[in-house]
Ligand binder design. Structure first.
Ligand code: ATP
Ligand code: MG
Ligand code: MG
Length: 347
């Protein structure tokens, strides 16, 4: 049989590996860390750093197609890998989503709405941008941010210096604060043949920058639901994308505003595991392996709740709840703010 290579060994890689196994594939993960969530379920674990050219070659030679569970893969590693095996989704999706500035420029050129934004190379640029965009605003590192890390809120121009110091010299962008009525995301898939399929939009609630819950169906007017699907398809087609993508949206009276895109399976799509015949993980594997996309119609309402840090203490009680599916990531150490698992409450 064939083997699917996955860059990254976190919980997303773990759930991709399980889905791949169900479709008869083996998986090989590439991950520098040892006891990682995906290593418990993948068939092979190549434990090496991304600057280890020999290990990367060995990885590419032992798999048929390469995919990934995170977007911050070093460019040099991708250069080496792409000469040996197909990488899906492709390089363009990674290039754009690795940098918030490039991403916002791309979305703007597609005619989509984003928060007002400005490149912030230095303190003078921040001062000028705050005069233009106003407050409240958010300063974000252009690269490597997740779960709200690398972000500083600016409530008044007096906060500018403190916020800039929090970037630790990293290139940043300023975003105007979007006064949204709700946050939703759309999990979209595109096959090798160019067909597009979207899951129902989910409504997301964040706490301290981290996703807490996703609820489907989202409370959305039918027109906004259609807008979300069309918008996601536009993004996927523009990138000639193959695989699953998460598109985070702000719902406002002036329409949908794109917050960010993630070129991979997405936390806000975990509800699909218990709400659809084919979940986002299987859909992604289908796409990268060249299969037709599966049926992602929602058969049940679901509330997905992330289990973060000490939420793990609730597992014995959660295990007794009716209509509740537990998904735990097998992480040895509980840490504050760390995603340890999630529950899907069905119906
Ligand atoms: P993720 O883990 O989703 O990748 P991230 O670190 O990339 O998170 P963002 O998605 O940029 O962070 O921001 C996290 C949350 O902060 C958003 O979901 C939203 O609730 C809030 N937020 C971010 N940017 C803005 C904005 N411009 N206006 C209003 N709220 C915002
Ligand atoms: Mg993000
Ligand atoms: Mg986000």
């Amino acid at each position: 049989g064939s083997t699917i290579g996955i860059l990254g060994g976190g919980q997303l890689g773990r759930m991709l590996s399980v889905a791949a196994a169900r479709l008869g594939y083996k998986t090989c993960i590439f991950e520098p860390g040892g006891d990682c969530p995906a290593s418990h379920v993948a068939n092979f674990h190549l434990k090496a750093d991304y600057d280890d050219a020999e290990a990367l070659k060995q990885f590419a030679q032992s798999v048929d197609v390469i995919t990934y569970e995170f977007e911050n893969i070093p460019t040099e590693a991708l250069d080496l890998l792409e000469d040996l095996k197909p990488i899906r989704p492709g390089r363009e999706a990674l290039r754009i989503s690795q940098d918030r500035l490039t991403e916002k420029d791309f979305l703007t050129e597609l005619g989509l709405q984003t928060a007002p934004y400005a490149d912030i190379p230095d303190a003078a640029a921040l001062k000028a941008a705050l005069a233009e965009i106003g407050t409240p605003a958010i300063l974000k590192t252009r690269r490597f941010g997740y779960d709200g890390k690398g972000q500083a809120r600016i409530m008044s121009p007096d906060d500018a210096d403190t916020a800039l110091a929090e970037m630790n010299g990293a290139p940043a962008i300023l975003e105007g604060f979007v006064d949204f009525t709700s946050e939703v995301s759309i999990i979209a898939a595109r096959g090798l043949d160019g067909s597009v399929s979207c899951y129902d939009p989910g409504e997301n609630v964040h706490r301290e920058g981290i996703l807490r819950t996703t609820t489907v169906p989202a409370a959305l007017p039918a027109s906004a639901r259609t807008d979300a699907v069309l918008l996601a398809a536009k993004v996927l087609n523009a990138l000639d994308y193959v695989g699953v993508m998460g598109v985070e949206l702000f719902v406002t009276p002036k329409g949908l505003i794109v917050n960010e895109i993630a070129p991979r399976v997405h936390n806000s799509g975990h509800w699909t595991q218990n709400g659809c015949a084919v979940d986002q993980f299987e859909q992604h594997i289908r796409a990268v392996a060249g299969w037709p996309l599966g049926d992602g119609a929602r058969h049940s309402d679901v509330v997905m709740e992330n289990l973060i840090g000490d939420d793990m203490d609730r597992v014995p009680d959660l295990a007794k709840e009716p209509n509740t599916a537990l998904h735990l990531y097998g992480k040895a150490q509980v840490k504050a703010g760390r995603k340890m698992g999630h529950v899907n409450r069905v119906g």
